[in-house]
Design a binder for this molecule. Structure first.
Ligand SMILES: Cc1cc2nc3c(=O)[nH]c(=O)nc-3n(C[C@H](O)[C@H](O)[C@H](O)COP(=O)(O)OP(=O)(O)OC[C@H]3O[C@@H](n4cnc5c(N)ncnc54)[C@H](O)[C@@H]3O)c2cc1C
Length: 409
């Protein structure tokens, strides 16, 4: 087990500086354009693929960094560049993690390369769990997968919503109900391969922020996928369902009714790190502006009212990063989240990003309120962190119930 450290080693510093260079030279200059276009920034993803940032290898390297700092450091730098573009670059990772976590070696080897494509023909992937009536309450999911034994195929029907890269993805990972009696224990994940008939993009959402990231509904109408597309395989699923039924019979299998699942603890610090990146970006713009903008014959930072705001912003960003790094170190080293430290880090970092970006607008005055300066976009972007991967209310629910020992239901 690696000791918790707050200091990046030489190798990590090198990776951070390289990512920062990409974020500053490629992502940030493209941010306003793709925000206005509200389209996936394919040329930027391709650039990221060329230099090796858009690849499973890169994320795997960061993920398995025993200090736990690899992923948060990478997320912070990319999202410092721009949140919408960075999500377009890392969004495929959501689906890839779904396959890595539940798939067999063969499934991992077959599907993950198809999620990323190659630098000449980049592809993206989508992870489709949320539904119109199943957001925070994942157990209310209705998309149904039924096994057709005669053909060894699964038939999937339902509507997914809010899917990042939904409909434009080469590979979709779809979570569906295989046993409605078991609530979220009766869910399973499926690969929907490229070009499968019956999968279509529904509405593409016009969003408040992260507008360079494509978000859409995904309609599944009698989608047939081979048995080999069930992640983990049928034997493992049958064993898992049998265990869940046994527990339900014994009275211990109560319906887990929301997204407040302990399994999310390990992935939430990564979202916290994205929020830290956006917050830091806005803080830096505000700090520079406050040092150069003069009113009443002196830089506005000479006013305590402005300087103290910046002091609070920086303090909160550093505190958020520390919570994120701690939780990420705990996740990598298998430490139990006895106080829901993963949720804690995401809650604090995302609320900090919202607050700090609003303060940045205030410090820039009228300029902050325009699209001539990036803090307006950063503030719109920051709002997503308190919503996806579990809302702030759900984080509080998880933390409170973990502390009180109440069941997550
Ligand atoms: C841009 C974007 C990208 C996304 N990407 C993906 C993706 O790639 N894949 C995917 O599957 N999903 C994705 N999501 C979905 C996201 O995870 C959900 O939006 C989120 O889980 C909240 O669900 P909901 O929108 O249905 O809100 P609801 O669950 O309807 O919540 C509405 C409000 O009620 C509150 N609330 C709900 N239950 C409780 C409770 N028990 N106690 C207190 N308050 C409560 C919530 O906190 C929130 O404030 C994305 C969403 C967005 C906006």
């Amino acid at each position: 087990m690696a000791e918790f450290t707050m200091e990046l080693n030489d190798e990590q510093r090198e990776v951070r500086d390289w990512l920062h260079g990409f974020a500053a030279d490629v992502i940030r200059p493209a941010a306003a354009e793709w925000d206005e276009r509200e389209e996936t920034p394919w040329p930027v993803i391709q650039e990221a693929a060329k230099v090796g940032i858009y690849s499973l290898d890169f994320y795997a390297q960061q993920y398995f960094d025993p200090t736990g700092l690899g992923i948060p450091m990478a997320m912070e730098e990319l999202f410092w560049g721009d949140a919408g573009i960075a999500l377009s670059i890392v969004g495929t990772g959501l689906a890839a993690v779904g396959v890595l976590a539940n798939g067999t070696e063969e499934q991992i080897g077959t599907w993950i390369p198809q999620m990323y494509g190659d630098q000449n023909d980049v592809k993206v992937a989508a992870f489709c769990s949320s539904e119109p009536d199943a957001g925070s309450d994942v157990a209310s999911m209705r998309t149904r997968a039924v096994y057709d034994e005669t053909k060894d195929e699964w038939v999937i029907n339902g509507t997914k919503t809010w899917a990042t890269n939904g409909g434009i993805a080469n590979v979709h990972v779809v979570v569906a109900v295989v046993d409605p009696e078991l609530g979220s224990k009766g869910h399973a994940s499926f690969i929907v391969p490229p070009g499968t008939p019956g999968l279509a993009q529904g509405q593409k959402f016009k969003k408040h922020g992260i507008r360079a990231s494509h978000t859409a509904e995904v309609i599944l109408d009698n989608v047939r996928v081979p048995g080999s597309c069930l992640l983990g395989g049928k034997e493992k699923l049958d064993e898992r369902l049998a265990r869940a039924r046994e527990r339900a019979k014994a009275g211990g299998g109560e319906r887990v009714k929301n997204a407040a699942m302990a399994t999310f603890e390990a992935s939430r610090p990564a979202v916290g790190a994205m929020a830290v990146g956006t917050a830091r970006a806005a803080y830096e713009v505000a700090l520079d502006y406050a040092k150069t903008r003069e009113q009443f014959g002196r830089p506005i930072i000479d006013n305590q009212g402005v300087a103290f705001q910046l002091a609070d912003m920086r303090t909160q960003i550093d505190a958020a990063r520390l919570l994120v790094w701690r939780a990420s170190w705990m996740a990598v080293n298998g430490k139990p989240f006895t106080a829901a430290e993963g949720s804690m880090s995401k809650l604090f970092a995302s609320e900090t990003a919202k607050k700090v970006t609003a303060q940045a607008i205030q410090i820039l005055g009228g300029n902050g309120y325009t699209r001539e300066y990036p803090v307006e976009r950063m503030h719109r972007d920051a709002a997503i962190y308190t919503i996806f991967e579990g809302t702030s209310e759900i984080q509080r629910l998880v933390i409170a119930r973990t502390l009180s020992g109440m069941p997550l239901r």
